[in-house]
Design a protein around this ligand. Structure first.
Ligand code: NAP
Length: 256
């Protein structure tokens, strides 16, 4: 990485859900740019494999801990584990998330509560736990992984859209709290990225329809979120805060 605007040497990052998909791609680019990284997810084998790959490829420290972001005690413990392992966390990527489509008249309380805990509450709680150190160092980056479904929606995505829209409000409010400390808070809003999560809930016909909706006419590869994440994580994005960066191949540019 030649451009110093994107250099993360000396920084430490926590990426939730870093074991695969978009989280792994973002953890990889942060390490490529020079940051040490800490990953979490629920399945230890996949998680340790991801950390080992990143260590091997980049030569940076890549540590991990098994954590379930639907459990508040795990979330609190994770913040401490990450700081203990890397001495500090400068960059927080709140990426772990799930979808569980249910029409509004069939939303069950357990599913709603699980998605709210995972997609929204854990992001607030991790931010709350990690900003004191960022404030003391007068530098920090918080990146919430929202979705185009935080800005528009489709039938049945009630809990998902509500939580992803909630992240946008959270980013706006906390950007105002944290701006005086040189900490930026933003959302990335991906469109259709070919990862396990959407592929497991969409039929082939739905996948094709989503591709056709984008201006580029295709799904994105997880690596296509690396550049946008690095922008928001680095000095290159120093004046971007309280906003949403759409990375959707032009999907939301289309009205009909
Ligand atoms: N792919 C897309 O098209 C798309 C579009 C917009 C937004 N997003 C958002 O991008 C983020 C990443 O999605 P993805 O597509 O990369 O999904 P993915 O491939 O399913 O990866 C999800 C990651 O989160 C972890 N995770 C899931 N539940 C967790 C929990 N309770 N506690 C801790 N970790 C958990 C998973 O590991 P374990 O299962 O082992 O825990 C995995 O590491 C999500 O927030 C998603 O909403 C994705």
């Amino acid at each position: 990485m030649n451009c110093s605007l994107f250099d993360l040497t000396g920084k430490a990052a926590l990426v939730t859900g870093g074991s695969r998909g978009l989280g792994k791609a973002m953890a990889r680019v942060l390490a490529q740019a020079g940051a040490d990284v800490f990953l979490c997810s629920r399945h230890p084998d996949e998680l340790r494999q991801a950390a080992a790959e990143i260590r091997q490829e980049t030569g940076r420290r890549a540590e991990c801990a098994v954590s379930d972001m639907t459990r508040r005690d795990d979330v609190q413990r994770l913040a401490g584990q990450a700081i203990e392992a890397l001495d500090k966390i400068d960059i927080l990527v709140n990426n772990a998330g799930q979808n569980a489509p249910q029409p509004i008249d069939q939303v069950d309380d357990a599913t709603w509560d699980r998605l709210v805990e995972l997609n929204l509450t854990s992001c607030m709680a991790l931010t709350r736990a990690l900003v004191p150190g960022m404030k003391a160092r007068r530098w920090g980056r918080v990146i919430h992984i929202s979705s185009i479904m935080g800005l528009a929606s489709t039938a049945g995505r009630n809990a998902y859209s509500a939580t992803k829209a909630g992240l946008i409000g959270l980013a706006q409010a906390s950007a105002l709290d944290l701006g005086p400390f040189n900490i930026t808070v933003n959302c990335l809003a991906p469109g259709p990225f070919a990862t396990e999560m959407p592929m497991s809930i969409l039929t082939q016909a739905q996948q094709d329809a989503l591709a056709a909706r984008t201006a580029l006419g295709r799904w994105a590869r997880p690596e296509e979120l690396m550049g946008p994440a690095l922008l928001l994580a680095s000095e290159a994005g120093s004046y971007i805060t309280g906003t949403v960066l759409l990375v959707d191949g032009g999907a939301l540019a289309r009205v009909f």
